[in-house]
Write a protein that binds this ligand. Structure first.
Ligand SMILES: C[S@@+](CC[C@H](N)C(=O)[O-])C[C@H]1O[C@@H](n2cnc3c(N)ncnc32)[C@H](O)[C@@H]1O
Length: 245
């Protein structure tokens, strides 16, 4: 069968315009100005996040970021989120006490260890975030603990992002500081992802806890070094109850 000719407008489209589906926009510009490494000058995460988080743009909500960053940059990512989301409350968590000095209007900072579920739960209960971003230690165990602890607490429609997932590929044998656990974050997350894509039929064996987490996942987006998970409006009941132990 002969394909119909493309309409004139489509014919003129250049592939570069297709890439503009995830353009570098306001969020990237704010990130460049604040000098966070999330901007296109470094990791180029922001065009991906702008696409993902624009539904929250004018909403009153709380956003929690684990990891405030170098004191010399004065909480650059928290200031970026504050500028991009005019009605949001931005909460940062860091293990370093000095981070507390970067609090300002609409920016709250809690000092503590993001690998401790009790601390994470306390912070969550205080601020009830709808968007959570883990950019703290990048240790395998911490990324897993953060997701296991906080994703279940998110409201429906909530978003959980884990950055710098490439650290999963820096091996224990090479002396990587990140490889502090028998399973990397990526390996753990890949099992959940496989279970999601097959609706938890014929997929990898999961524990009951992992199975329940998957039942709450609506979608997963992946880009370079970062993954984002959106929570379903309702748990998928028919998937609950599967799983080991
Ligand atoms: C990569 S920096 C964060 C950069 C910042 N989010 C940005 O985009 O500009 C990582 C931060 O995580 C903090 N950190 C490391 N281990 C931590 C832990 N166990 N709990 C909380 N914060 C931790 C470090 O002190 C550092 O400030």
């Amino acid at each position: 069968m002969q394909a119909a000719p493309l309409p004139a407008a489509a014919e003129e489209s250049h592939p570069a315009e297709v890439a503009e589906l995830l353009p570098r926009g306001e969020l990237d510009q704010l990130a460049i100005e604040a000098e966070t490494d999330k901007s296109s000058k470094r990791h180029d995460y922001m065009r991906f996040y702008e696409h993902l988080l624009t539904p929250y743009k004018e909403k009153s909500f709380s956003m929690l970021e684990l990891g405030v960053g170098l004191p010399s940059r004065r909480a650059p990512s928290l200031r970026t989120w504050k500028a991009f989301f005019p009605k949001a409350r931005i909460v940062g968590v860091d293990i370093k006490g000095i981070s507390k000095t970067f609090e300002e209007d609409r920016i709250h900072i809690e000092i503590g260890d993001a690998s401790k579920p009790k601390f994470l739960k306390r912070v969550f209960r205080s601020y009830q975030p709808s968007v959570i971003l883990d950019d703290a230690s990048h240790f395998w165990s911490h990324q897993i603990i953060g997701f296991q602890t906080l994703f279940p607490m998110l409201p429906p429609g909530g978003v959980y992002i884990v950055e710098d997932v490439h650290t999963s590929f820096l091996a224990q044998e090479e002396g990587s500081q990140y490889a502090d656990h028998e399973e990397s974050f990526w390996s753990y997350f890949s099992r959940l992802q496989a279970a999601l894509v097959c609706s938890q039929r014929h997929g990898p064996e999961l524990s009951k806890q992992e199975n329940r987490l998957v039942s709450w996942i609506d979608s997963i987006s992946i880009s370079r070094r970062t993954v984002a998970v959106v929570k379903r409006q309702k748990i998928r009941r028919r998937e609950v109850g599967r799983g080991e132990g």
